[in-house]
Design a protein around this ligand. Sequence first.
Ligand SMILES: [Zn+2]
Length: 146
Amino acid sequence: MAYLHSTALLLGIKDPHIKLTHGLQEESYGDVQQFRSSVQSTSLDVKGAHRKVLTVTGHLDHLPQACSHCGCLNQSCHDIIRNGTMNSVVLLGQYNYQPVYLKLKKQRYLCKHCRRTTVAITPLTRRHCFISNAVKYVIIEELAQM
Ligand SMILES: [Zn+2]
């Protein structure tokens, strides 16, 4: 779908391992946060939950070359296998004064040697972070101009 490629280009999603499944949509912030695996519905504040935000939805699948825990190389399906997904919500920036979020399903992998799992990583964000690096660079640039 060509429009998804255009959307990715417009939002600066350059990682080839992220495949967008839905283009830009308008949703409430509360619904977007519900997408995350770790958020409980009671932890959202009521006032901000109805604020409208833009979202795109995608899937990240990047099979690692080696286990990040034990270091064994991934040479066949006997080493590292896909093991479910983890949902996350990444802040990409703003468009028309509305925040844009990427609802990302990250592939999880299981190492058959050490029995530990790891999640696919992307250069879009740092590990365990939900704010894109582009947003951080804009903040640093604006602070430097003060
Ligand atoms: Zn391992």
